[in-house]
Design a protein around this ligand. Structure first.
Ligand code: ARG
Length: 461
């Protein structure tokens, strides 16, 4: 007698080849959601009682058997059997071993196709909460760092060239906005994530009158899926989460990149906390921003994981295909990465020491108030293009004299335009420049303070 798979071996004469088993088993990956598998099974068994497939006494046995397995796995005493393919069959086989034949009724009307996608969604809902909590912590760090710096002048950059003065608080709050969008995106995706597929069977549905709405309620889903064929084959919710993680990781990578540049000795805008830096094994003087570099580098795999998932989906006919087993490795890798990357970024933000004087030095460099000069001329009645041209001439003159715009005399300036008066110098002061940018979302301290107040309310700070 050959040893055949206990769950589906009935029609087979041959045992599965060893290499096929090794190639196809997914236990090392899908045991990640053993808890959700057990929760899903208990909720399903309960529905089978209402559907009169199970007696109450049988349900009790199944429930306590599953709880025992839960404890065993938690305490590392569970023997995972690779020849049983996956987490679902491992747990079901262990249940049968524990409580005997009654375990054989649990899978009535259920398929691993609706089971796996239910487990995954439950697991991802939990992880989504963790990611959102971490994002909120990061946003808090940014707000706390920004709050004392609404009047701290720094050069704002475009093309990494000094552009216009802004405040450090404003700059930090720009990252806050990015992460707020990320947070909203996760919240939005939770809606499609929170639809229960259980009760869809292999693809066609379930004849046993299980109350899907009740199962959804007991497992904490907001709604149920509406088409069983779609429900077992849909992995859009994974694509969505992988996209959300990628974009969050890209934002993390952007702030990491900036911290790397800013902490270089050439910029010297900030010092990263020592406990988040490493030294060099050869160059004794080095303090390297390795954590920031790993945040930047790690973002690459989140993009790869998203592309892997999308590629996995594109050729699949309806409904479930085993290809879908490949959805988990990229998903789990991205989730694990983003959680630790958000955490380390929060610590970098909280521990960053800004060199305000160094930043201020650069504010008085590069004719940073040239745009203010042009806008002054507009306020004096010149069309902007003309004002821009005259300002360009003033910049040329300043460069020739190796001086700042503000150092040019009124006589020199008047040669460029008769409209220029003594009050022009007020417009060449960086603090006056930022104070004037009072548009909603602008860099004026009054505006940035408003943004911060709103953020603090949103974050319960
Ligand atoms: N390990 C499988 C997966 O992750 C579970 C579902 C298997 N279903 C099947 N019909 N073979 O997709």
């Amino acid at each position: 007698m050959v040893k055949k798979n206990r769950s589906w071996g009935g029609r087979f004469k041959q045992e599965t080849a060893k290499n096929a088993l090794a190639f196809s088993n997914s236990i090392e990956i899908d045991k990640t959601f053993y808890l959700e598998d057990i929760q899903g099974s208990i909720a399903y068994a309960e529905a089978l009682v209402k559907a009169k497939v199970l007696k109450s006494s049988e349900f009790k046995k199944i429930k306590s058997g599953l709880n025992q397995i839960h404890k065993k796995i938690d305490s590392n005493k569970f023997n995972w059997n690779k020849s049983l393919e996956d987490v679902h069959m491992n747990i079901e086989a262990a249940l049968e071993k524990n409580i005997g034949d009654v375990a054989k009724k649990l899978h009535t009307g259920r398929s691993r196709n609706d089971q796996v996608v239910t487990d995954l969604k439950l697991y991802m809902l939990k992880k989504s909460e963790e990611i959102k909590t971490s994002l909120r912590e990061l946003m808090k760090s940014l707000v706390q760092k920004a709050e004392p710096e609404t009047e701290t002048l720094i050069p704002g950059f475009t093309h990494l060239q000094i552009a216009q003065p802004v405040s450090l608080g404003h700059h930090l709050m720009a990252y806050y906005e990015m992460f707020k969008r990320d947070l909203n995106r996760f919240e939005f995706s939770d809606v499609s994530l929170s639809t229960l597929p259980l009760g869809s069977g292999a693809l066609a549905g379930n004849r046993f009158k299980v109350d899907r709405k009740k199962i959804a309620k007991s497992l904490g889903f907001r709604a149920i899926t509406q088409n069983s064929i779609d429900a077992v084959s849909d992995r859009d919710f994974i694509a969505e989460m992988l996209f959300n993680i990628s974009l969050t990781s890209i934002h993390l990578s952007r702030i990491a990149e900036e911290f790397i540049i800013w902490s270089s000795s050439q910029f010297n805008y900030l010092q990263l906390p020592e406990e988040l830096c490493t030294g060099s094994s050869i160059m004794p003087q080095k303090k390297n921003p390795d954590m920031a570099e790993l945040v930047r580098g790690g973002a690459a795999k989140t993009i790869g994981n998203l592309v892997a998932l999308l590629s996995l989906l594109k050729n699949q006919p309806l409904a479930y295909n085993r290809d879908n087993q490949e959805d988990k490795a990229p998903l789990f890798a991205s989730i694990d990465y983003v959680l630790s990357a958000i955490d380390i970024t929060s610590a970098m933000v909280a521990g960053a020491q800004f060199n305000i004087d160094e930043m201020l030095n650069d504010v008085f460099d590069g004719h940073i108030c040239a745009t203010d000069f042009a806008e002054y001329l507009v306020l004096k009645g010149l069309p902007f293009r003309e004002a821009h041209n005259i300002t360009g001439k003033a910049v040329q003159l300043a460069e020739k004299k190796d001086a700042l715009l503000i150092e040019l005399s009124l006589i020199e300036l008047k040669k460029l335009s008769k409209k220029i008066e003594k009050d022009v110098y007020k417009y060449l002061d960086p603090m006056a420049s930022i104070s004037a940018k009072t548009s909603i979302g602008g860099t004026a301290p009054s505006q940035v303070k408003k943004q911060i107040i709103k953020a603090k309310i949103d974050l319960n700070l």
